[in-house]
Design a protein around this ligand. Structure first.
Ligand code: ZN
Ligand code: ZN
Length: 188
């Protein structure tokens, strides 16, 4: 660890987060240099880079990866959504609703994974079928569910209403229906 990396950790210990911009200014170096410092620190498990901000990594036993990075809700694998940005940052979201919200903010992500709601296996989010506008709230509202198979999405639609759309239509839906309320149900 170099001297600057050590100072970065000390600074982070004193506050919730710092932006990469602020760190670059603070040390009078380029953002690229800070990125390199942080990449090394992240690899060593000391910090977490997300949304251009950096936070000190919570202690080992706390579970940042179990919490949605949009709404803070605990992630259940059945509905989980994962984005990996072009910079290699990992974003874990509780459901397609939060996943598509995050995608809107990080459109440059090169890997986007959803979970098939019925079977729980991981699918490429771009190729998934989404059920929107349904008469049921699962996780966040308005609820979006992801399916591998269009036939199964349509079957689900018969029971719960709504529309079956593709990835970009689902993003558009989230665009037009920003969060009405988060953390629904709350059943643990
Ligand atoms: Zn969420
Ligand atoms: Zn959710």
């Amino acid at each position: 660890m170099n001297y600057r990396q050590k100072l970065i950790l000390e600074k982070l210990a004193a506050r919730d987060y710092m932006t990469i911009e602020a760190l670059a200014q603070e040390f009078g170096v380029s953002k690229m240099t800070i990125h390199r410092d942080l990449a090394a620190l992240q690899q060593a498990g000391f910090v977490l880079k997300q949304y251009g901000k950096v936070t000190a990594m919570p202690k080992r036993n706390s579970s940042w990866a179990d919490q949605c990075q949009m709404c803070g809700q605990k992630i259940k694998e059945q509905n989980a959504f994962t984005l990996v940005s072009a910079e290699g940052n990992l974003y874990r979201l509780c459901c397609p609703h939060c996943g598509l919200m995050a995608y809107r903010q990080h459109g440059d992500s090169w890997q986007t994974l959803a979970t098939d709601f019925l079977h729980g296996h991981v699918i490429t989010a771009f190729q998934a079928h989404y059920l929107i506008d349904l008469e049921l709230t699962i996780c966040c509202s308005p609820t979006v569910l992801a399916f591998d198979s269009r036939a199964e999405a349509l079957k689900f639609q018969k029971g719960f209403g709504g529309r079956v759309v593709d990835f970009y239509q689902a993003v558009e839906f989230i665009n037009q229906n920003p969060i009405r309320s988060q953390i629904h149900g709350g059943s643990q």
